[in-house]
Structure formats: structure tokens, C-alpha cells
Ligand binder design. Structure first.
Ligand code: DON
Length: 324
């Protein structure tokens, strides 16, 4: 057994009883999640898979999808057009903050908050709703290396209750930041949030970004490598909402969370890491996930600005079976 696998097992044991946080309930369907679900998964850029706990449990991807939709919007429209409609500035506000459109440009601040994600999703290319949805699903399949499905009950649940997101879309339509068919844009956004994944899937998607956009197992390019830097930069500054600064300080790698309890993070050039636990804090981030990432970062010197340890310690742990 590798040192990394042993440490993941240890982390699972340490945190699987941590009961802080609550299961998200504002989307009624999310309430059905089991608070005990907990998984940790690591996939290296050469396709080796490590994991502990419920890494094959399916759940809806929620806001983690914003990362990948941003990449697809960049590929669809190019950087300049996307940046006309959505900025790259952190807000320090909650993910569903309604009113903070940039005062001068009227753009939503960034693609990781709901308003910015709705604007981004509306930029995905396609001749109509079905073609856009197919492009979105094919994109997810390139990252995952297998077929994806939308969880219809979650999609319908959010579609019928997502009034706040609808209000944002109307406001952005008023400011010409989104095309006229806001219902189609919202449906596509709700669909992207309802894509079913597992913890291991998230780690594979993260590993793809860590590998310049090339899926480590299929070796297919999931996203144009020119845009990986754009994606990782926005994740680093905005991926954890109003905890983005604290995360950058303590964990120090680009990451994204979702209200269903997933977090994925990228160790550039090395690996993708994901955690899944539906118990989330007031910022919408998984409580157990944050603790696990803080420990992994500290142990293996994963922080991008940690010059003392060197990330070779992490690579060694994925291979070495001896005691450190
Ligand atoms: O739009 C929403 O509210 C959800 N579909 C996604 C929110 C989410 O995951 C925010 N993350 N912490």
C-alpha cells in the first residue's frame, strides 16, 4: 500500500464522524442526501487512482460544474467575448448574491458565483437548447471518460424553486449581459448543476485540468490547453466563495465546491483531488472536505507558494510504500 493510500484511509477514519454542518435544503431534492456519505479521491496525471470511503456514491455536481462550463464558454466564444459578459474578480459575497453586478461594466463579478455562471452558460455554443445541452454533456464526458446523465428530479426541483437565479437572469437581461432567451439559459444552468458524478469522477476531472486539459486515462483532450490557465486562475481566486481567501491561505491550490458536498482541487502537473460529504457550512463548502484538504496540503506541501517542501514529496507518496 502506498503512503498516500494509507494517509487517505487515516483521513477517512479521522473525519467520518465529524458532524458539523448541514445538508443543503434550499433545493428540496438535495435534502435527501445521507449526511454520512464521505469520500476522498486522488487521481494522478498518469491515471493512477487512490481513494477512501464512498468514492462511487452518485450525487449532483451543482456548482462544481461552473468550472467546466466556463471552459466550454471560452472555447465557444473566445476569451474577449466571455470577458465582456463576466469578470474575473472575487466578490467576497455568498454564491447566490443577487445585486452585485460591477458598477461600471454591469457584468457579474466572476463565473463561479451563480450570476456569473448563468451568464457563462448562456455563452455555450449550439443551434438551440438541445444542441447546447449535447455540447455540454459531451464536454463532461470528455473529462469523465464515460457517459453522463442528468438527475431529472434534482433538475425539476431546482427549476421550480430557483426564483433567485431567475431574478438574477432578469437583471442581467436588463443590462444586456445575457441573451433574450433567459428561460433556455436557466434550464441549461439547472441541467449542468444536475449532472450526476461520483467523488472519483470529480478527482478525474480535476486530474484532467492538472494534466493541461488531457484526460489521464483516455488521453483525449477535454478542453483547449490554452484555457486551462484561465480556468485555474478563476478557481484559485473565486472557487470557494466567501472563503476563497482563507482557502488560498491555508490550502493554496485552485479549487471549487458545490452545495451537494463536492470539492475538487488541482495540483498542477501532478494530480486532481476530490472530496465528497454533504454536510456544508454557511458558505456552501463541505466541512469535512475543507478539513481533509487542509491536512493534505500541509502534509505534502501542496500549497502553490510552499517553497520549503517541494511537491516531489507528494509524488513520492503516490509510489513509495516505505515509512516516511
Ligand atoms: O444555483 C444554485 O443555487 C445551485 N444549482 C448551485 C449552487 C452551488 O452549488 C453553490 N455552491 N456552493
Amino acid at each position: 500500500m502506498t503512503l498516500l493510500q494509507r494517509f487517505l484511509d487515516e483521513l477517512y477514519q479521522r473525519y467520518h464522524t465529524l458532524g458539523d454542518g448541514t445538508v443543503a435544503s434550499y433545493i428540496p431534492e438535495l435534502k435527501k442526501a445521507d449526511p454520512n456519505w464521505f469520500g476522498i479521491s486522488v487521481v494522478t496525471v498518469d491515471g493512477r487512482v487512490f481513494g477512501a470511503g464512498d468514492i462511487q456514491q452518485k450525487f449532483t455536481i451543482q456548482s462544481v460544474s461552473k468550472v467546466f462550463a466556463f471552459g466550454l464558454a471560452l472555447e465557444s466564444q473566445g476569451r474577449d467575448t466571455v470577458l465582456e459578459k463576466v469578470g474575473v474578480e472575487p466578490t467576497g459575497d455568498p454564491f447566490n448574491s443577487l445585486i452585485r453586478l460591477d458598477e461600471d461594466s454591469k457584468r457579474p463579478f466572476n463565473p463561479m458565483i451563480n450570476a456569473g455562471a448563468i451568464a457563462t452558460t448562456s455563452l455555450i455554443k449550439g443551434s438551440g437548447p438541445t444542441s447546447k445541452l449535447n455540447n455540454l454533456l459531451s464536454m463532461f464526458e470528455r473529462y469523465l471518460g464515460h457517459e453522463v446523465f442528468i438527475d431529472m428530479p434534482t433538475f425539476m426541483s431546482e427549476r421550480s424553486t430557483g426564483h433567485r437565479n431567475r431574478a438574477m437572469a432578469h437583471l442581467m437581461l436588463h443590462f444586456d449581459m445575457i441573451s433574450h432567451d433567459i428561460n433556455a439559459a436557466l434550464d441549461l444552468y439547472f441541467q449542468q448543476c444536475s449532472v450526476m458524478v461520483t467523488c472519483q469522477d470529480l478527482a478525474m476531472m480535476a486530474a484532467t485540468l492538472a494534466n493541461k486539459g488531457k484526460q489521464p486515462v483516455t488521453q483525449k483532450q477535454a478542453v483547449n490547453p490554452d484555457y486551462v490557465r484561465d480556468i485555474l486562475s478563476v478557481m484559485y481566486t473565486c472557487g470557494m466563495y466567501n472563503r476563497a481567501g482563507e482557502w488560498a491561505y491555508r490550502v493554496g491550490i485552485p479549487a471549487k465546491s458545490g452545495v451537494s458536498g463536492g470539492i475538487l482541487a488541482i495540483v498542477p502537473g501532478k494530480a486532481g483531488i476530490a472530496t465528497f460529504s454533504p454536510l456544508i457550512d454557511k458558505n456552501g463548502n463541505s466541512v469535512r472536505g475543507i478539513r481533509v484538504f487542509e491536512e493534505l496540503s500541509r502534509k505534502y506541501g501542496l500549497h502553490l507558494f510552499d517553497l520549503s517542501m517541494g511537491r516531489c514529496v507528494f509524488s513520492k507518496a503516490t509510489q513509495d510504500t516505505s515509512e516516511s
